[in-house]
Design a protein around this ligand. Structure first.
Ligand code: M6R
Length: 369
């Protein structure tokens, strides 16, 4: 059932191109528009939405953090993202014009379920993004957009995450389409790029051997840090979470701009630091800033592991290890940038003799609060 792989996690990482393609299937029509009929919230209701609130836990929360950039950029609707476990305890401000999006692979996460119940009690509409047909979270929501990742067995979420991202982009683009924002042309272009992205994920998977070798060489380290900016920041958080749960290593993700506000004090000789670099095209300010961050940490001894777009030459002098990812639109970069981090964590777990599919102390779905 592991399809020739040693672990479900390896199989699920390899299935990502298909999972991404399956999640797009039937949702883009021939004219390049989105048709999300299953979202049973009418276009007129969606036009009334004045706030989006995303609730989720763990990896699904990281998908939500990335969704915020897309939703706010393409729709100009303010979007908050909150850990489901924190949400209802702070008396959040919600009403009938708030759209709450609950993201969950299993559809059974108790914290997320309690958060959505709270939102519905306040009169908000809840849209679930879920991978498990007929599970509790979609059953209790007003609408559901299923991710089509297929069953995810390994505790560490991989293909579910990529498909959650795709679903979030679809919702963001759909809201933009329905509301007719000024980004219409960009939305159409991104829909075209999304349709191509599965092939890009495939290309990343074909180049992972050096990442595995690098992971093995770091097996005796205690700490790995992850830095990112913009959508690369949640990718850094996700890379750190994967490493914690699989390799049982101390791993932290930081917004690169926060370095000087504290974390740079952690940098010491030969400390591995993974940096997710935004595209040098478009918002090049971000790119320039992160290149300076890489220089700063390297000058203090960090061993820099740089994830950067093909053709980005500016990072080359400062990268002790360079992992190339395909050129994608800025907002879609997490779909390709996360994959090496999954492979990295999985290989480190193996090298450290850990149980990959069933890490200690963890359950696949957390059905208690
Ligand atoms: O089933 P859910 O998506 O609601 O689960 C949420 C988290 O428990 C889950 O993503 C967890 O963080 C994973 N083990 C991460 O790999």
């Amino acid at each position: 059932e592991k399809g020739g792989y040693d672990y479900f996690m390896l199989k699920e990482i390899a299935e990502q191109p298909k999972a991404v393609a399956d999640t797009l299937l039937g949702r883009i029509d021939v004219s390049g528009d989105l048709t999300l009929d299953e979202v049973r919230i009418s276009a007129s209701e969606l036009r009334e939405v004045d706030k989006v609130v995303i609730v989720a836990c763990g990896t699904a929360f990281h998908a939500g953090l990335i969704a915020k950039y897309a939703i706010e950029h393409w729709t100009r609707i303010p979007c908050e993202v909150e850990l489901a476990s924190e949400f209802r305890y702070r008396d959040p401000i919600l009403d009938a014009r708030s759209l709450v999006i609950a993201i969950s692979q299993s559809g059974e996460t108790m914290d997320t379920l309690m958060a959505l119940r709270h939102a519905r009690e306040q009169g908000s509409k809840v849209l679930a993004i879920c991978n498990t047909n007929g599970s509790t979270i979609p059953r209790e929501s007003d609408a559901v957009l299923y991710t089509h990742a297929g069953p995810e067995v390994a505790v560490a979420s991989t293909k579910a995450f990529l498909t959650q991202l795709v679903a979030c982009y679809l919702v963001a683009l759909y809201l933009g389409q329905v509301r007719g924002t000024k980004w219409g042309d960009e939305i159409r272009a991104v829909i075209r790029d999304l349709a191509e992205i599965s092939g890009e994920v495939e290309r990343v998977l074909e180049t992972m051997e050096p990442v595995r070798a690098l992971a093995r060489s770091l097996a005796d380290k205690n700490t790995v840090l992850f830095l990112g900016r913009h959508v690369g920041y949640p990718v850094a958080l996700e890379g750190a979470l994967k490493l914690k749960e699989l390799a049982y290593m101390h791993a932290e993700g930081f917004a690169a701009g926060e370095l000087k506000h504290g974390p740079i004090a952690l940098i010491e000789d030969d400390l591995p630091v993974v940096v997710v670099v935004p595209s040098p095209r478009g918002r090049s300010v971000l790119h320039d800033k992160i290149v300076s961050n890489i220089q700063e940490i390297r000058a203090r001894g960090a061993r820099t592991i740089v994830i950067a777009e093909e053709g980005d030459e500016a990072v080359v002098p400062y990268a002790d290890h360079l992992i190339r990812i395909p050129v994608t639109p800025t907002l879609l970069q997490p779909l390709v940038a996360t994959v090496p981090l999954q492979v990295f964590a999985c290989e480190l777990a193996t090298a450290r003799g850990n149980e990959v599919d069933q890490p200690r102390n963890l359950a696949k779905s957390v059905t208690v609060e």
